[in-house]
Design a protein around this ligand. Structure first.
Ligand code: 26Q
Length: 809
């Protein structure tokens, strides 16, 4: 046997569970200390806000130890690091999640109660950190949680938007947006880092010093870092989410000021404030807005400068960057990273172009989240050339380099074509791995989105099916079910979700099923209370919550709701399964069709809920302002999960996973991760309907497909007739005539073609509901078989397939 040289011992990790920290009495003293010294409040005069702040600071104190220890170990190990670049992090509330990960959930309850306060009230006082639109941003938040749990040395990089996603209200059933204002209160989970600041340039011109280019930006702003620690399960590891806020570069101001150009001197300040002011609320149609491009470059440049500064401190050769650093691009939004990294290497470090390009490719990975052509980012060359003149040159050089390395490449693989910079092609060419987010989606990325680039770069496209963190989406959201899983022998599922398999045999155990049912029932009763309106908690809670999009087909759901209402009215004594249809979700402010669907749902709800004949059997509820914290209330109370997108349109979906994990049954199409969920839970425990991707493509190509489908469906015909007559819009009978006309003539998402299959599947759901033992057996099996969809599994896949990094635990 040969003796292995022993590696130097790494600094030890300090977990949050170390002696003393778990005790509620020390926690209570720390809360009081923070109330007094950090907030300057006497307990007698402290508000809920004050108590929440004091508790947050006391918990934050307990994160700092593990956080420093993890940082020390990362430096000492010299291990490869991961950087996750995302324009969105949809985090939600932090306090309770931190308490759970620290193992202090119970201690918090006790300490807070000892102080005469209500834990739930403190938790609910916290505003959501809503720095994202939907699935892509929430995925980034789940990934941060999993990377901290798995001990991956990682940073997240994002923008510290002053205003996150808008707040939604309904006025006369119509969506009204108001600004979100999460930073109006102090944000206790961040540390401002005024010393971490980088200059970010825009516009200007390029000069040459020999063949060395020099970019002279015409404008610049400072990116300043704000760090949020992200603590993993049991407090064994913590990473940093570094969010950039824009600030004026004062020196620049002064120069202009001294020239007497006072108006111009004020410009950079205004520009700076704008850049991190607000999250773009559109996740549907791409619009070539200059401010959006500036935001994307702002994030990307600040992150890469920070990464290179940290790497440079270690004194290594820039060409070895790919061995030490992995940078993941969350969609194309930070895809300017390719040209920016080349620029920094070539212009600032004197590296040759080709070596720089190869280095960049070895560092970068690109995740695609959408196939929809209208959502793909493209920038007009004049806008790119004007905003980032040096990058435009580099992009052309990359295109040239790629064309020369692949002399037979088809014209449509070019980054610059039709006077536009195609960010998808740029990201693909500049990344050593490109991944889709479900098996079906990754196949479609290769076969329809980038077929020619896929052929030029075999092995580059991989699949990493999405996942969700079981800490937030089971333990925090559904303590009843979490406790039952522990009790029933699956303890430890938080870090090993496959352990839920141990519940599988209990699906046959009537006693266990009864406990499982009781948990669901309690969750439903709590939700019914919160929603108000005297909902029947014994009714089936049928829920569709997600952004409002034509492809997600909330419209098909509301049409089926109307059909069901008509069927019940035709036969009020029938054996109907009582249902509460719950909708939730925001429409992008500029997406008129989505807003029309929002209004229709509300209009239909108003009529149906007032109908004495049907109101005990069918209700429609649409609580406004769906967000992460509302999801935590709704999902654990769901009986039926609606995942009904047109096949081939939803990249993955992650709500679908949250529902099934919480014991809801899915009615769904063969789209995104539904396919894999159905494989895992078993086809017999999933209500499948609808066209496949291939069938959908073929149907779309058939002239008059929707007319044929409507004419073949008396049920759908009657529904459309009723809407067109103004039954749900008495004061304006023509309100939905356009919507109905479009279904007849221009039904791209195949609502009509899938309607009857959906209706039939819903009737199978009704039948199943009438056999509670069988329903609950299926529900148990759904939860028990969802282990695969832990984001810990997803991150393990990224670690081995894309990043080549290992855990430091
Ligand atoms: C692009 C340019 C300009 C302004 C905004 C945007 C933009 C912003 C957000 C484009 C797209 C998004 C968000 C996309 C998104 O959320 N996609 C979802 O990603 C999830 C995680 O992978 C998947 O589960 C969903 O299927 C997918 O729709």
């Amino acid at each position: 046997m040969t003796e292995q040289p022993s590696a130097p011992a790494l600094p030890s990790l300090q977990t949050a569970l170390d002696a003393g920290a778990l005790r509620s009495d020390t926690l209570r003293e720390d809360i009081l200390r923070h109330l007094r010294y950090s907030l300057g409040k006497d307990p007698a005069h402290a508000s809920v806000y004050d108590w929440r702040m004091a508790l947050s600071f006391a918990l934050r104190d307990r994160i700092v130890g593990p956080w420093f220890a993890a940082t020390k170990r990362t430096y000492a190990s010299g291990a490869k690091r991961v950087y996750y670049l995302s324009m969105e992090f949809l985090i939600g509330r932090i306090l309770e999640d931190a308490a759970i990960n620290l193992g202090l959930h119970e201690a918090c309850r006790v300490a807070v109660a000892d102080l005469g306060q209500d834990w739930a009230a403190l938790v609910e006082d916290e505003p959501d950190a809503a720095l994202g639109n939907g699935g892509l941003g929430r995925l980034a938040a789940c990934f941060m949680d999993s990377m901290a749990t798995l001990g991956v040395p990682a940073h997240g990089y994002g923008i510290r938007y002053e205003h996150g996603l808008f707040r939604q209200r309904f006025e006369g059933g119509q969506q009204v947006e108001t600004p979100e204002d999460w930073l109006s209160q102090k944000h206790p989970w961040e540390f401002e880092r005024p010393e971490v600041a980088y200059e970010i340039g825009f516009k200007g011109h390029v000069t040459y010093d020999g063949d060395r280019a020099r970019w002279h930006p015409g404008e610049s702003v400072l990116a300043t870092g704000h760090d949020m620690p992200v603590i993993g399960w049991k407090g064994r590891w913590a990473n940093t989410l570094r969010l950039w806020a824009a600030a004026p570069t004062t020196l620049f101001d002064l120069e202009r000021f001294n020239r007497g150009d006072y108006a111009a001197a004020a410009e950079p300040e205004a520009l700076a404030r704008t850049i991190s002011r607000v999250l773009y609320p559109d996740d549907t149609t791409y619009q070539g807005k200059e401010l959006r491009l500036k935001q994307e470059y702002f994030l990307t440049s600040a992150a890469l400068q920070d990464i290179l500064r940290r790497f440079g401190n270690s004194g290594q050769d820039p060409l070895s960057l790919g061995r030490h650093v992995a940078v993941q691009l969350n969609d194309t939004h930070p895809a300017i990273a390719g040209p920016e990294l080349i620029r920094l290497l070539v212009d600032d470090h004197g590296v040759g172009f080709e070596e720089a390009a190869e280095t960049a490719v070895s560092v970068l990975g690109f995740t695609n989240h959408t196939l929809m052509p209208e959502a793909l980012e493209r920038w007009a060359t004049y806008l790119m050339g004007n905003t980032l003149p040096r990058h435009m040159q580099i992009i052309e050089r990359i295109d040239d380099w790629h064309a020369r390395s692949h002399p037979k490449r088809p014209a449509n693989t070019a980054i610059v074509r039709d006077d536009q910079v195609h960010m998808g092609e740029l990201a693909f060419i500049m990344a050593h791995r490109v991944n889709g987010v479900s098996a079906l989606h990754s196949d479609l990325v290769a076969s329809s989105l980038f077929p020619d680039l896929a052929a030029l770069h075999p092995g580059r496209i991989v699949n990493e099916t999405n996942g969700i963190t079981p800490r937030r989406w089971l333990k925090l959201a559904n303590p009843g079910l979490a406790g039952l899983a522990d009790e029933a022998g699956a303890a430890g599922w938080e870090a090993d979700l496959d352990r839920l398999r141990r519940l599988e045999p209990l699906a046959e155990d009537a006693g266990f099923r009864e406990k499982f049912r009781a948990v669901k029932q309690a969750n439903k009763a709590r939700l019914a209370d919160w929603l108000g309106g005297g909902l029947n908690p014994a009714a089936m809670f049928d829920i569709q919550v997600k952004r409002i999009h034509e492809y997600k087909r909330q419209l098909m759901n509301v049409l089926e709701t109307i059909a069901l209402w008509q069927a019940i009215r035709d036969d009020p004594g029938g054996a109907w399964a009582p249902r509460v249809k719950i909708f939730g979700g925001k429409a992008a402010p500029g997406y008129a069709v989505a807003k029309e669907i929002v209004r229709l749902i509300n209009d239909v709800g108003a009529v149906l809920n007032a109908d004495e004949v049907t109101r005990d059997l069918l209700r429609v509820v649409y609580p406004p302002n769906y967000n992460v914290s509302m999801a935590e209330r709704l999902i654990p109370a769901a009986d039926l999960s609606e995942q009904i997108s047109t096949a081939g349109t939803e990249a993955s979906g992650t709500g679908n996973m949250k529902f099934a994990l919480n014991g809801a049954l899915t009615i769904g199409t063969l789209d995104g991760a539904n396919v894999e969920i159905r494989e895992q839970v078993g086809a017999e425990n999933f209500f499948l309907f609808g066209l496949t991707t291939e069938e959908a493509t073929a149907t779309r190509a058939t002239p008059d497909h929707s007319r044929a489908a409507i004419e073949a469906s008396p049920i759908l015909q009657r529904v459309l007739q009723t809407i067109a007559e103004g039954r749900f819009s008495h004061e304006e009978p023509g309100r939905y005539r356009g919507l109905v006309d479009r279904l007849w003539t221009n039904d791209h998402f195949l609502v009509a073609s899938d309607f009857d299959a959906y209706w039939q599947a819903q009737r199978r759901v009704d039948a199943a509901w009438h056999d509670p033992a069988s329903w609950n057996r299926m529900a148990v099996l759904n939860a028990a078989r969802m282990g695969y969809f832990s984001s810990d599994r997803t991150i393990s896949g990224y670690m081995s397939d894309i990043w080549d990094v290992s855990s430091l635990l």
